[in-house]
Design a protein around this ligand. Structure first.
Ligand SMILES: [Zn+2]
Length: 192
């Protein structure tokens, strides 16, 4: 017979009101111990552990499959040549982040190559010429803007920083290194 004795706990044994309180108390204590033991066993249950491990292993396999497939698509993609030189490897990570919104926007635009640089502006038919307006000797690409213009103070600063930090001055390196990115943002004087 069920009997709600204390705190909503049910007992499946006949209550004999003639038995003393100590007997009931002992039964409650035995129930509590059994409950604790069952809870402990459940947390240590090997089947549950195996299941967790299996899910974890499957997640790793699925993630690797996605990354490999994505990497192959990225490698052969007819678009995104410039960005591929900056980020050749695909990943689930955020590629560039900064608390300063202006810096984040400027550097991200340069990294994507979609910015107010004559090569892109001419392609979009916003300006007539794609030439560099500082040296007039070459097409103003992001690479020319950051590394190759012989008359640019920004290029000079970036090349000096690369030399000091022993970084090979390639577009992939300068737009991936935080310290060089700081120099680019500090020395740049125009809207990107
Ligand atoms: Zn130039």
């Amino acid at each position: 017979m069920g009997y709600d004795f204390t705190g909503g706990r049910s007992f499946d044994f006949p209550i004999d009101f003639s038995m003393g309180l100590t007997t009931v108390q002992r039964y409650c204590a035995a129930c509590d111990e059994r409950g604790d033991r069952l809870a402990q066993n459940a947390t240590k249950n090997e089947t549950a552990e195996n299941l967790d491990l299996e899910i974890l292993e499957n997640n790793i396999i699925v993630k690797k499959y996605i990354i490999d497939k994505w990497q192959n698509i990225w490698k052969c993609c007819p678009r995104g040549h410039f960005y591929r030189t900056i980020e050749p490897k695909v990943s689930f990570c955020i590629k560039y982040e900064d608390k300063n919104r202006k810096k984040k926007a400027t550097i991200t635009r340069l990294r994507l190559g979609k910015c107010c640089i004559n090569e892109y502006l001419a392609m979009m038919e916003i300006v007539d010429s794609d030439k560099c307006s500082i040296c007039n000797s070459a097409v103003k690409t992001v690479e020319h803007f950051l590394l190759q213009c012989p008359s640019s103070d920004l290029c000079r600063a970036v090349l000096i920083a690369c030399k000091q930090m022993k970084i090979t001055p390639t577009i992939g390196n300068v737009l991936a290194d935080d310290k060089i990115i700081d120099v680019i943002f500090r020395k740049n004087t125009r809207m990107i």
